[in-house]
Design a protein around this ligand. Structure first.
Ligand code: PMP
Length: 354
């Protein structure tokens, strides 16, 4: 090679986020990335069936108006309080860039969504991870020190634990000078949303997604709801990077999905019922787990190591998630699938554990 200058010293070097495996082979039971086992609303299919491909010549609506208005109506807020993005990963990434812009550290739990530290690193944002308690709970007092912002999921991932709105409000009261983000990717499976607090706290940003409770992980739709001021600041940053982030098909499908409230309620109910059934089954098999309000259960077996169970399940074409990380290396995060898929998991576990 001829041209060996020192250009590499100026590269923005990062250790990227590792997404859950998306296996290419068929016939597997996929309980590793918290996807919804049911298809999206039939109204979404109707959009696709009737879509005029001629429209692809045109750029999409940069404001995603049809989607933003449908979300605003569903959550009883103004469209100017909604920011839509390409999955909540995109929304959170824009929010990090917009609001976490201080020399003081951003705070989030030590055990949480493992993308937060990656965004902080890529944007050069200082951060401190606050240890969860022994039973995986957030201690509000940890978030009452000087900081450049706060984020955590509620329910938390990968633990599934829900924190109360009183606790969230306690943190908000102590932090009028920071933006507090609550990542509600899993809130629809039985937790209380902090959306009820947005009129009271101008600095509260609530982030949700279509990937879990609306069965549309592949479509990539996420959104943030907050004060008009927060949303304006996020749009300023978004429109400084890429205006046309969401395809017209995505916008239309998302709007139809959010309007089909009955289908949403029905599928969420099926999943929460299967989750409660799965809790009983896992307990019978000798697993312990924090009580989950999400579409997954974070389980540890009292005798057999998580790494071994993970490998044995994979051999049987059942994928769950495992992290070889401090404090959680003896846990498996098991996504709630259909009742049939869960029964196959339990038979496999019985076999592995006997
Ligand atoms: N937040 C949490 C806590 C998550 O687990 C996920 C899913 N990986 C996301 C955000 C991002 O989801 P999406 O980009 O599909 O909306």
């Amino acid at each position: 090679m001829n041209n060996t200058g020192s250009w590499e010293k100026n590269v923005r070097k990062v250790v990227p986020y590792t997404p859950g495996e998306q296996p290419k082979c068929s016939g597997i039971i996929k309980l590793n990335t918290n996807e919804n086992p049911y298809p999206p609303s039939p109204h979404v299919k109707a959009v696709l069936d009737n879509y005029d491909c001629g429209k692809m010549r045109l750029y999409p609506d940069p404001d995603s108006t049809v989607l933003v208005e449908a979300i605003a109506e569903r959550y009883n807020v103004k469209p100017s309080q909604v920011f839509a993005g390409v999955g909540s990963d995109d929304v959170i990434s824009v929010a990090f860039m917009t609001f976490f812009n201080s020399d003081k550290p951003v705070l989030f739990p030590d055990i949480t969504y493992s993308f937060y530290d990656v965004w902080a690193d890529v944007y050069r944002i200082p951060y401190v991870q606050k240890p969860l308690t022994e039973d995986f709970r957030i201690n509000a007092d940890d978030y009452k020190c000087e900081n450049g912002g706060i984020i955590f999921p509620n329910p938390n991932a990968p633990t599934g634990c829900e924190e109360s709105l009183e606790m969230i409000e306690d943190i908000l009261k102590a932090n009028p000078d920071s933006v507090v983000m609550i990542d509600e990717a899993y809130v629809d499976f039985g937790a209380n949303s902090a959306l009820s607090l947005i009129d009271k706290y101008e600095n509260l940003l609530v982030i949700q997604t279509f990937s879990k409770s609306r069965s549309m992980a592949g479509m990539r739709i996420g959104y943030a709801i907050g004060s008009e001021k927060l949303i304006r600041y996020m749009n300023d940053v978004k429109f400084s990077i890429n205006s046309y982030t969401m395809t017209p098909i995505t916008q239309l499908c998302g709007a139809e999905a959010v309007r089909d409230e009955q289908y949403f309620q029905d599928t969420v109910n099926m999943i929460t019922e299967t989750r409660e059934y799965s809790k009983k089954k896992l307990a019978e098999l000798g697993f312990t787990f924090p009580d989950s309000k999400s579409n997954f259960i974070f389980a540890s077996h009292k005798e057999k190591a998580a790494a071994e169970i993970f490998a044995a399940l994979k051999e049987r074409k059942i994928f769950v998630r495992f992290w070889d990380k401090p404090r959680i290396s003896n846990y498996l995060r098991i996504t709630i699938g259909t009742r049939e898929e869960m029964d196959k998991l339990f038979s496999a576990l019985e076999d592995i554990l006997k």
